[in-house]
Structures are given as structure tokens and as C-alpha cells.
Write a protein that binds this ligand. Structure first.
Ligand code: PLP
Length: 352
């Protein structure tokens, strides 16, 4: 830290992303990326001419991509915000709507508390129940920004859309953010509610179900006035937040919807297979609506299992938080990846 850093930022603890090893030595099941490439039409969407056009700024309004997303999801372009990963729209939303404080679960996406700290937002982390389920009543009438990942990470559990509706209805003077990063793997979307609740912001990403984590593309749906607030922040920080190539890849991705639906089905099938095998090995596995499983066993300590897997070439994600330190979060890879994982786990457990 330099002596020039603003006093208000000196105690800030930055978000720590999952490991991104530079070599390909690992079966990488630690950051919920897709094991599948983008659609063939996306892989060939960018040519030399497009790279040459990088001399020009990108479209700050993202008009074409907004129209495509609006068409696909049955909303208007004014209901759509585009961001550099969904982390960016979450960042903007904390800045825009966190003035009266924020609430979110104790076990959820680790970035929420970092954004709150960054902006000096007073926040409360409400404990999930013993079984990691969420009681929507804990979030009703809070008088603060409510932030819920649905399905949740790292648990993989989801809440029904009527629970979201009750939260939105009972917090009319505050925004309710539903982070739907994983919704395409079996969650229930709150999108239809944005018509009725002008305080509801639904955030999404191309990073998981759209096989585009490295493209950094996210978006959000909400009432036009909410979207305008986010645009105001975007135009006050980085009007060209999306580059030309990413916008173009995003458009090609929306056009290849069928491909991505197939990939999501595949991942759900592999998830079911993996869950069965883990349970046969004696793991407790939470029922997941995402592209990962959250699992523990009494036979090996969670942190130890993480290390043993890493030594054997498999990266998963372990969280040091005492409530979940016996668990590991395991991204669903290809069927071959998961068969390798199960084989390695058998070896490890055989020696315990
Ligand atoms: C991965 C993830 C995000 C952010 O993803 P981006 O790559 O920034 O789009 C947001 N929320 C949750 C819960 C996530 O798991």
C-alpha cells in the first residue's frame, strides 16, 4: 500500500477470484466456467476486418445487442443494461442503490460484501438456515438494498419465484437485486416480475451458461428508470465499457440460443451423474440448480480434500469460512473430467 491511498480505502479487502493457473496442467473445476467452447458461429464471428475496426470506439449504447437480448427474452431494449461481466452491473448497482444499507445472506457470492465495503455501505449478512436454505421472510420489509443470488453460490440452492415476488413487494422503497448468474442450469427466473415491480433488478452473465467467461459480458433487466440510473453511472465512469469484439460475440451468442440450451442440458445430465457417484462415495451433496456441486464428506477435512485434489491435478474451490469449510465447490466439467474426478476421489478415500 502506498501512503497516497485514500484513508477510506486502506482497510478494504479486495475480492479474491478463484485460481487461474497459467498452464493447462489442471482439470479446472474451480471457477464455474463452461467446459464447452462457444457455439461454432461465435468462434468464427470475428474476422480481420473486425480487428481493423478497433480503431473506432465501440457503440456506447450497445443498441444491437440490447435489441437482440430484448427480443430473446420478451422485454424492451429500455429494460436492458449491458456490462463488462455481471460483476460490473453489481458494482454499479451497489453504488447506485446501496445508500440506505444492504442485506444479503451470510453464505453467498463473496463480491457483495466487497462492493459494500468499497462504497462504505452499511450491510447485514443474514444467516441462511442450518441446511443452507433461505427464508424469504428474513428479507421482507428490510428498508435496504436486498441482494440475492438465485440460484445461490456456492450452495447451488434456489428459491421459487414467488419468494422473490414477496421480497420485491415488501421492499417497495428499495431495490431488490436477483443475481441470476446460474439461472440457465435449472433455476426459476424472476424476469417476468420486472413489469410489475419497478424495484426489481435481475442480473445475468454470459460467463457461465454462454461459455464466454473470458469475454466479460453481463447484463441486467429492470424497469426503464432503474436501467437509466445504471446508465448514468456507466456514463460517469466508462461509457465504452464493452469493446467492439465483445459486443459482436454477444450478438452471435444470442443468435446461437439452441446451441447453448443443448450445452445446459448436457451439464445438467453430467451434474446428475456426478451427484450420484459422489453420494455413492458417501458425500453429502446439496441439490444443485447450477453448473457446480457443493459437497462434503466426514471422511476427509474439506481443506485437506481440496489440497489432495490439487496435488492430483484437479482444481476445485474451497472457502475458509467456518460454516462451509468442510465443503468443496466442484464445477461440472465434461463427462470425462467428472469420471476422472470420481476415480481420483476413490483413490483418496481408499487411503483414508
Ligand atoms: C460468476 C458469478 C458472477 C459474475 O460473473 P461475471 O463473470 O462477472 O459475469 C456474478 N454472480 C455470481 C453469483 C457468480 O457466481
Amino acid at each position: 500500500m502506498s501512503r497516497y491511498l485514500n484513508a477510506s480505502l486502506q482497510a478494504l479487502e479486495a475480492y479474491v477470484p478463484g485460481e487461474q493457473p497459467r498452464d493447462q496442467r489442471y482439470i479446472k473445476l474451480n471457477t464455474n466456467e463452461s467446459p464447452y467452447p462457444p457455439a461454432p458461429s461465435v468462434c468464427s464471428a470475428i474476422g480481420e476486418e473486425d480487428v481493423a475496426l478497433l480503431r473506432l470506439y465501440s457503440d456506447p449504447t450497445g443498441k444491437n445487442l440490447k435489441e437482440k437480448l430484448a427480443g430473446l427474452y420478451g422485454v424492451k431494449p429500455e429494460n436492458v443494461f449491458l456490462s463488462n461481466g455481471s460483476d460490473e452491473v453489481l458494482n454499479f448497482a451497489f453504488l447506485a442503490f446501496g445508500g440506505k444499507g444492504a442485506v444479503f445472506p451470510d453464505i453467498s457470492y463473496g463480491f457483495y460484501s466487497v462492493f459494500a465495503d468499497l462504497y462504505g455501505i452499511d450491510y447485514t449478512q443474514i444467516p441462511l438456515k442450518e441446511d443452507f436454505s433461505l427464508d424469504y421472510r428474513d428479507y421482507c420489509g428490510q428498508g435496504k438494498l436486498v441482494v440475492i443470488a438465485n440460484p445461490n453460490a456456492p450452495t447451488g440452492l434456489s428459491i421459487p419465484v414467488d419468494a422473490v415476488e414477496k421480497m420485491a413487494a415488501s421492499n417497495p422503497d428499495n431495490v431488490v437485486i436477483i443475481d441470476e448468474a446460474y439461472v440457465d442450469f435449472g433455476g426459476e427466473t424472476a424476469l417476468p416480475l420486472i413489469e410489475k415491480y419497478d424495484n426489481l433488478l435481475v442480473t445475468r452473465t454470459f460467463s457461465k451458461s454462454r461459455c464466454l467467461a473470458g469475454g466479460r459480458l453481463g447484463y441486467a433487466f429492470g424497469a426503464p428508470a432503474l436501467i437509466a440510473d445504471l446508465e448514468k453511472i456507466k456514463y460517469s465512469t466508462n461509457p465504452y465499457n464493452l469493446d467492439r469484439l465483445t459486443l459482436q460475440l454477444g450478438e452471435a451468442t444470442v443468435d446461437a440460443e439452441d446451441y447453448y440450451r443443448q450445452m445446459c442440458v448436457r451439464i445438467q445430465e453430467t451434474r446428475a451423474w456426478t451427484r450420484d457417484r459422489l453420494e455413492q462415495l458417501g458425500f453429502q451433496v446439496l441439490p444443485s440448480r447450477t453448473n457446480f456441486l457443493f459437497a462434503r464428506t466426514d471422511r476427509v477435512d474439506g481443506g485437506e480434500l481440496y489440497r489432495m485434489l490439487k496435488e492430483r491435478g484437479i482444481l476445485v474451490r474451497h472457502f475458509a469460512n467456518p460454516r462451509i469449510c468442510q465443503f468443496n465447490r466442484i464445477t461440472i466439467g465434461t463427462p470425462e473430467d467428472m469420471a476422472t474426478l470420481i476415480g481420483v476421489l476413490k483413490d483418496i478415500l481408499g487411503g483414508c
